[in-house]
Write a protein that binds this ligand. Structure first.
Ligand SMILES: NC(=O)c1ccc[n+]([C@@H]2O[C@H](COP(=O)([O-])OP(=O)(O)OC[C@H]3O[C@@H](n4cnc5c(N)ncnc54)[C@H](O)[C@@H]3O)[C@@H](O)[C@H]2O)c1
Length: 338
């Protein structure tokens, strides 16, 4: 039996998700919703499904089991709280909310509701992330560096908030370092640069260091001026290293950490190559299939873990703390992030 889903918010992302639903196993597209009549009409015509302007009318329908919330982030909370109150399963696009406080409120509401609630960090289901999830825990990571350079971004992402600008994209990398390092993120040092393109407050370049329990750390460096520049995902561990520069092949070494001053590279150190395989593009279709599997209550073993609302709240706390740290010139403990 398939789960019947309605998509709320028919911008580019809502339409992409609606098409992904049509490809995904275990889900069917029941309806679409947008407050903008032009966007709603275009989505209904393209997808061949009925639509509503008021999301409450969809939530009242017994034949809608779940909703995908693809409005812009500042409207996620209102729609999501209504969906949880209506006992619908919810898949909310990233970022979960526009502030850490609201994101935590959503996480609490999801915990109390007896439904499946997932945040749309679909790259967890893409081949590179699946390969990292296999290899990184085994090296006991203590340090990670992600360089995520991007090309120019659309005008709609030019706004000054901590989740706009380059962070709209790099929030995927923040989620990645949080799940892949494991353990507890404790604080953030950040630097941001704004205004080189339009002279406005949009964050165009960011550097963030997240410190974790046990003195472990992750750095993420990203900009929207990095057209064609190199990217990197590198994990250094107590028992070995894992890195990729193209997202297609991981390089993996195993060695006991070198703890002696002046110690030489261990003899016979081999680099194993792991192909990031299995298809699935950016992970959207697999993420939705995982959502369906969990709604059906079936065994989710062997799947990457879908992003919970609590984890979505952790990612948004990092970007807010990064901006606060940049403004105040100090490390911001994550439990202070508002
Ligand atoms: N996971 C990804 O890779 C990825 C990629 C792109 C965008 N996104 C995310 O998807 C979301 C949407 O992005 P977008 O670029 O399509 O945004 P958008 O602003 O172009 O579209 C959002 C749509 O939601 C509608 N809307 C707003 N409030 C509504 C409400 N209460 N009920 C119904 N419709 C409502 C708007 O009219 C608009 O048409 C954002 O959170 C964005 O960050 C995720």
């Amino acid at each position: 039996m398939s789960t019947s889903v309605a998509v709320i918010g028919c911008g580019n992302r809502g339409l992409q998700l609606a098409r992904a639903i049509l490809q995904a196993e275990g889900l069917s597209l029941a309806a679409v919703c947008d407050v903008d009549p032009n966007r709603l009409g275009a989505a209904m015509e393209t997808l061949g499904v009925p639509g509503e302007r008021d999301h409450q009318l969809l939530l009242a329908r017994a034949d809608v089991d779940a909703v995908l919330v693809a409005t812009s982030a500042r409207f996620h909370a209102a729609v999501t709280l209504d969906a949880l109150a209506a006992h619908k399963h919810v898949y909310v696009e990233k970022p979960l909310a526009d502030t850490p406080t609201v994101a935590r409120q959503l996480a609490r509401a999801a915990e109390q509701a007896d439904v499946v609630a997932m945040v749309g960090y679909q790259r967890r289901f893409a081949p590179m992330a699946r390969a990292l999830a296999m290899e990184v825990p085994a090296i006991e990571p203590i340090q990670c560096t992600v360089v995520a350079q991007r090309g120019p971004m659309n005008a709609q992402f030019f706004f000054p908030d901590h989740y706009g600008g380059i962070v709209d994209n790099t929030t995927h990398a923040l989620d990645q370092v949080l799940w892949s390092m494991g353990g507890r993120p404790e604080g953030v040092m950040g630097h941001v640069r704004r205004g080189s393109i339009l002279g406005d407050g949009t964050i165009e370049c960011m550097e963030v260091v997240i410190d974790f329990d046990g003195g472990r750390s992750a750095s993420v460096i990203s900009s929207m001026l990095g057209v064609g520049a190199a990217n990197l995902n590198e994990y250094v561990g107590r028992l070995g290293n894992v890195w990729t520069t193209d997202g297609r092949t991981l390089h993996v070494t195993r060695h006991p950490a070198i703890t002696e001053a002046g110690a030489k590279k261990p003899a016979g150190l081999e680099v194993r190559e792991v192909t990031c395989s299995g298809g699935g593009g950016d992970g959207s279709v697999l993420a939705l299939e995982h959502f369906a599997v969990r709604i059906a209550g079936a065994q989710a073993e062997g799947w990457p873990r879908g992003c919970s609302f609590a984890e979505g709240a952790a990612a948004i706390a990092v970007s807010a703390a990064m901006v606060q740290s940049a403004e105040e010139g100090r490390r911001v403990p994550l439990d202070e992030a508002q």
